[in-house]
Design a protein around this ligand. Structure first.
Ligand code: PDD
Length: 290
C-alpha cells in the first residue's frame, strides 16, 4: 500500500504535512489565542459544513478576531483540502489563530491571522465501544466559568479540558466529565453528555456553560422526530449515577454509549434502547446527506 503524504493548508498554500510551519511568535502558540473546528467527511462530503462555519464565525466574533477569508472561501479551502488529499472518509481540523506578532497581549500586535487546515483519513472507532459502551469519570477540574472563558467559544485555549483529561486518564476513563462552577454537570473534555431516565432524554442546558455541540443539536432534533421526550436542564452527578442510559456526543464519535460513570454501572450495563435508536437515527441522517 502506498502511504499518501498528507498536504496541510497553511495560509492559502498546500504543503507536505512535515513541512507545514507557523511562527513561534504566533499568538496561537504564545497564548493559545485562537479558535478551531473539527469536522468529519463522509463519502467526500463534510457533514454539516455550514453549521461548523457558522460556529467558527461565532467563535471569531467572540474573541474579536477577523476571519482571514469570507466564510464561503473558508468552506472552499476545507473542501479543497479533501480533494488535494484524495480523501472521502476524513477527519478535518481548521484552526485560526491570532497570527504572528510581537510579545504582548494586544491583538493589534498581530495584523494577519494564521489559518491552518489539517486532514487525515478517518479511522473508525472500534465497533466494540458502540456495542459495550465506554466508562466516564466525573473529574474535579471545573469547566471554565462562562464569564471567564466562555465554553461556548470553540477556542484552541484548551488547558481547562487538558487538566480534566489528565484526571480522567488517571481514573482509567474514556472521557472526563466536568461540572460547572456551581457543581452542575457541564460536558466532557471533547463531548456533550446525555442521559435517559424513564424514557425522557436529558442533557445539560446551554446556560450550564457548555459548547453548543453540533452533534448535540442534531441528536436533540432526531430525538424529537422519533417522539422521544427531551429535557434540557440542570443536572447533578447523581442524575448520571441514577440514569437508565447515558451517552456522549461529538462530531467524530457521533453517539457513543456510556455504560459506567465513576465505576457505577449505568442501567443494565449495556447500551439502552433510546441510545441505540439515536445511534441509528444519527447514522441514517449521515447517509441522507452523503
Ligand atoms: N470537540 N464539548 C467540547 C468541550 C468539545 O470540545 C466538543 C467537540 C463538543 C462536541 O461538539 P460537536 O458535537 O460540535 O463536535 C462538546 C471536538 C470534536 C474536538 O475537540 O476535536
Amino acid at each position: 500500500m502506498i502511504v499518501f503524504p498528507m498536504l496541510a493548508y497553511v495560509n492559502g498554500h498546500f504543503v507536505p504535512r512535515d513541512e507545514a510551519r507557523v511562527s513561534v511568535y504566533d499568538h496561537g502558540y504564545l497564548y493559545g489565542d485562537g479558535i478551531y473546528e473539527t469536522m468529519r467527511a463522509y463519502g467526500g462530503n463534510i457533514f454539516l459544513l455550514n453549521r461548523h462555519l457558522s460556529r467558527l464565525k461565532l467563535s471569531a466574533d467572540a474573541i474579536s478576531l477577523t476571519l482571514p477569508l469570507p466564510l464561503e472561501k473558508i468552506g472552499s479551502a476545507l473542501i479543497e483540502s479533501l480533494t488535494v488529499n484524495k480523501l472521502r472518509e476524513a477527519y478535518i481540523r481548521i484552526q485560526i489563530s491570532r497570527g504572528p506578532g510581537e510579545i504582548g497581549l494586544d491583538p493589534a500586535l498581530c495584523p494577519a491571522p494564521t489559518m491552518v487546515i489539517l486532514v487525515k483519513p478517518f479511522k473508525d472507532y472500534p465497533a466494540e465501544l458502540y456495542e459495550n459502551g465506554v466508562a466516564v469519570a466525573v473529574v474535579k477540574t471545573r469547566r471554565n466559568h462562562p464569564l471567564a472563558q466562555d465554553p461556548a467559544i470553540k477556542s484552541t485555549n484548551f488547558l481547562n479540558n487538558i487538566l480534566a483529561k489528565i484526571e480522567s486518564l488517571k481514573a482509567g476513563a474514556y472521557e472526563g466529565i466536568m461540572l460547572n462552577w456551581k457543581g452542575y454537570v457541564a460536558e466532557g473534555t471533547i463531548s456533550n453528555i446525555f442521559t435517559v431516565k424513564k424514557g425522557v432524554l436529558h442533557t445539560p442546558h446551554l446556560d450550564t456553560g457548555i459548547l453548543e455541540g453540533i452533534t448535540r443539536d442534531l441528536v436533540l432534533l432526531l430525538a424529537k422526530r422519533s417522539k422521544v421526550r427531551v429535557q434540557e436542564s440542570l443536572m447533578r452527578t447523581s442524575d448520571l449515577y441514577r440514569a437508565d442510559e447515558c451517552f456522549i456526543t461529538n462530531t467524530t464519535l457521533e453517539v457513543m454509549p456510556v455504560t459506567s460513570v465513576d465505576g457505577n454501572q449505568v442501567g443494565s450495563g449495556i447500551p439502552g434502547p433510546v441510545t441505540k435508536k439515536l445511534i441509528n437515527a444519527y447514522r441514517n441522517e449521515v447517509q441522507r446527506h452523503v
